[in-house]
Design a protein around this ligand. Structure first.
Ligand code: ADP
Ligand code: G6P
Length: 345
């Protein structure tokens, strides 16, 4: 590969449990930058490289079994090497990164990773270690309520992989203590948190098809201006259903307002419900501000372009798209470079 000239590598962290939607979100982010990110263990595209942090596991699957330690445990990660190698990439140096092979559970021979304009680090622990955290320019934590986690796992593991319900529930329960100890606390450090919760619009909903999704945005992060609904800083509840937006049962409800989280100022936008017709979203889009679009309707076009993705008609897609637009904006702010919109009106 030819050596690129990169003035300011931007490191974006995406933290979440496995199965929380990281890959789904990152497909949206990649579309935003129009980069054909090649397939392969570590996709290294023209603009963006996506590194899975499992590569810095310090034990293979067999070793974890012998030592009775889960992949979620801090003692199972080589944070020292992770920090050292990410720092090297940020300073423009090549690295030989280890590979954790998810199919075999083995640690494979290392691969060459070259610096890039944007380096996404995704996985269980991008914000766990202070040395790594200091290198991160912008971070997103995907925060699923247990009920939603179970529903998504059932959908994937039962429908697509033939697991039983009991197996799925047992594996979630088994992971829980280490998840709560090692993964969840990273939420404190995230610049944006995407929370996915059961709907409040259907009493005793058990289906978990309709979701309440919140985008919590931290104030004062360099390069990151928070998106808002109607009037910045105020507190608003909005039911957009009516003449301009078709809403099926149980309808749609937005909320917007400031909040304090771990002692820090955030502003949050929330949407409960499902969109009926994605083309009509431009009505919602026209009431949102600071969403970092490059033309009127870009958010709607991006949602339409990904209408077969999971959650395409609810707040997960809406706010993942806003977060992706923000990543583009932050990249432009921090580097002074411009990215052309990839999906056109
Ligand atoms: P991760 O990369 O964090 O392991 P994925 O993006 O692969 O997670 O998502 C795991 C599974 O969860 C998907 O196969 C899909 O079934 C489900 N899923 C992900 N995002 C959503 C969503 N927004 N709405 C509904 N289901 C989703
Ligand atoms: C990776 C994933 C973890 C998952 C693990 C499986 O490290 O990031 O979320 O739990 O693989 O580990 P296992 O010990 O079941 O092979």
């Amino acid at each position: 590969m030819r050596k690129k000239s990169i003035t300011r590598p931007v490191i974006v962290a995406v933290a979440a449990d496995s199965g929380a939607g990281k890959s789904t979100f990152l497909r949206r982010v990649q579309r935003m930058f129009g980069t054909e990110v090649p397939k392969g263990h570590t996709p290294q595209g023209e603009l963006m490289t996506v590194i899975c942090l499992d590569d810095w596991h310090n034990r293979d699957r067999q070793g974890r079994k012998v030592d009775q330690i889960t992949a979620l445990d801090e003692n199972c990660q080589n944070f020292e090497l992770m920090a050292e190698q990410l720092e090297a990439l940020k300073e423009g140096r090549d690295i030989m990164k280890p590979i954790y092979n998810h199919d075999t559970g083995n640690i494979d021979p290392p691969e060459l990773i070259q610096p890039n304009h944007i380096i996404v680090i995704e996985g269980l622990h991008p914000l766990y270690d202070e040395r790594v955290r200091k290198l991160v320019d912008f971070s997103v934590y995907l925060d699923l309520d247990d009920e939603v986690k179970v529903a998504w796992k059932i959908q994937r593991d039962m429908a697509e992989r033939g697991h039983t319900l009991d197996n799925i529930l047992a594996s979630i329960e088994a992971r829980k203590p280490d998840f709560e100890r090692f993964v969840l606390p990273q939420r404190e450090y995230a610049d944006a948190i995407l929370q996915v919760k059961p709907t409040e619009l259907i009493p005793d909903d058990k289906e978990r098809k309709v979701l309440k999704v919140r985008l919590m945005q931290r104030e004062g992060v360099p390069g990151f201006t928070t998106a808002y609904l109607f009037d910045e800083g105020s507190t608003i509840v909005w039911t957009p259903c009516g003449r301009r937006l078709t809403c099926a049962y149980p309808g749609i409800r937005f909320r917007y307002g400031p909040e304090v989280f771990y002692g820090r100022d955030f502003s949050s936008i929330e949407v409960d419900g499902e969109f009926d017709k994605l083309e009509e979203l431009v009505y919602i889009e026209s009431h949102l501000s600071n969403i970092a679009t490059k033309y009127y309707g870009e958010l709607t076009q991006l949602m339409l372009a990904a209408q077969s993705a999971p959650g395409a008609k609810n707040g997960t897609a809406l706010f993942q798209t806003v977060a992706a637009l923000k990543i583009r904006e932050i990249y432009e702010q921090l580097t002074g470079r411009k990215v052309d919109p990839m999906v056109r009106a």
